[in-house]
Design a protein around this ligand. Sequence first.
Ligand SMILES: [Mg+2]
Length: 286
Amino acid sequence: MSSPRLRPPNRLYDAYLIDLDGTVYRGERLLPGAGETLQRLRGMGRRLVFLTNEAARRREDFVEKLAGMGVRADREEILSSTMALVTFLNETLPGGRLFVIGASSLHRELAEAGFELSEAPGRIQAVIASNDYEFDYRKLRIAYEAIREGAALYATNPDRTVPLASGGEAPDTGPIIAAIEAASNHPLDAMVGKPSGAMAKAALRLAGVPVAGCLLVGDNLETDIRMGVENGIPTALVLGGVTSASALKVASIQPDFVLGSLIDLIAPGSDWEAQERLPGGQGAQA
Ligand SMILES: [Mg+2]
């Protein structure tokens, strides 16, 4: 039986929008039961969309990483903040000149998408803030000068920290945004990853089913659960990632459901066998 603080859903959804880091895996380690649960949902004909605010990898890299853990994912099922950023920039600043603070793969993706990367403050039209393990004073100064000359400030994600495979967390994009905002006295102009409406819309488009048939599953109240709440998508929080049971208790944002792990999406003792035989399901017969 689940502990009293858990509140798993008592039905299946047509589509599951599932956060990756802290929900499916932690760093390089698959979380207990995640692989079996995803396989079972897939076997029951449920649509899966994987969401990530990590901008340091390409879709293929996520597919490969999951495959290495024995989890099948198709390229078209992955939605990253990098994809949301490219879509956003194509709409607002096509072919624009960018100063990118972020991983080398983010630089590459933006260059390949037709944007010019520049470190000359007078040429830069937008500063892109993302997690960058080599963030330093030189980059902060270029961002500061570019924004003073009129550049916009965009970010891939607002996360304060990223969970580490070894346990604990490390600084993510949030503190980098804060440093640039503090220096330039210019607030962030747009954020495109979770919990933005742009990311929600893109996720629902990939899911391809009405919003009430979707369940958004994640470990972060400020990104995953907030995105669901603000966009009318039912939500389930997985404890043990970046959110503890005690933090949840006092949080202003509350999920519809609370899980100990992904296994709780298919709770034992429920009438799952009957549900698996419903149209849309193709699971095992009793
Ligand atoms: Mg997460």
